[in-house]
Design a protein around this ligand. Structure first.
Ligand code: ITT
Length: 198
């Protein structure tokens, strides 16, 4: 089956395809949404889940295919959950977003944080058929480290490791990430529902 990934973020498309390879998912093809369709959803939901539904529905309107959306972000305890659903818009560039986060946290000893990923799958008729969330816990580093991944990866130290997500290889990140945890539940649903090979 073919599933369109409802995102403008190429890193998400890459990771979703890598995770599918890592978990040897067969019978599902994850494709980016075509640029010419001008996918530009208005993400005005109040939660990750609401925004993932908005994106999946908008992609379905344009394609009439199965669509999967990922709305994700970083929630920092000492900042009352910020940047949260505003993670992509916290500042203008990825580096400015990291700088703003570190400067807002200053030397706060409470560095607890989590990445959250909400996923919504919509059928060609435009109905929500599955939604789920995945989380990955960790802490915000005092300085950035690593070159892999994207977004806030260089300042997110994964729980029970001494590595930031950007220090991890692709496979290491994709085994434990919020995106991978949400996607595994999507895979389980698809395999059962559509009788795909396990
Ligand atoms: P789409 O809305 O088009 O999917 P986006 O990047 O704007 O793309 P979101 O609104 O879901 O997506 O915002 C997600 C932001 O959260 C993303 O831009 C990063 O700043 C951050 N983020 C999410 N997952 C991440 C990850 O695995 N590693 C690092 N940062 C991540």
């Amino acid at each position: 089956m073919k599933i369109i990934i409802a995102t403008q973020n190429p890193h998400k498309v890459e990771e979703i395809n890598e995770i599918a390879r890592l978990f040897k998912i067969e019978g599902v093809e994850f494709l980016p949404i075509e640029k010419s369709l001008n996918f530009n959803p208005i993400e005005n939901g109040k939660t990750f889940e609401e925004n993932s539904i908005i994106k999946a529905k908008e992609a379905n309107k344009l394609t009439k295919e199965y669509t999967l959306a990922d709305d994700s972000g970083l929630c920092v305890e000492a900042l009352d959950g910020a940047p949260g659903i505003h993670s992509a818009r916290y500042a203008d560039t990825p580096q400015e977003r990291i700088d703003k986060l570190l400067s807002n946290l200053k030397n706060n000893q409470n560095r607890k944080a989590k990445f959250v990923c909400a996923m919504t799958l919509i059928n060609p008729k435009g109905e929500v058929i599955f939604k789920t969330q995945g989380e990955c816990k960790g802490e915000i580093a005092y300085t950035q480290s690593g070159t892999h991944g994207f977004g806030y990866d260089p300042v997110f130290i994964v729980e029970n490791t001494n590595k930031t997500m950007a220090d991890m290889t692709e496979d290491e990140k994709n085994k434990i990430s919020h995106r991978s945890r949400a996607l595994q539940k999507v895979f389980d649903y698809i395999q059962k529902e559509f009788n795909l090979p396990m």
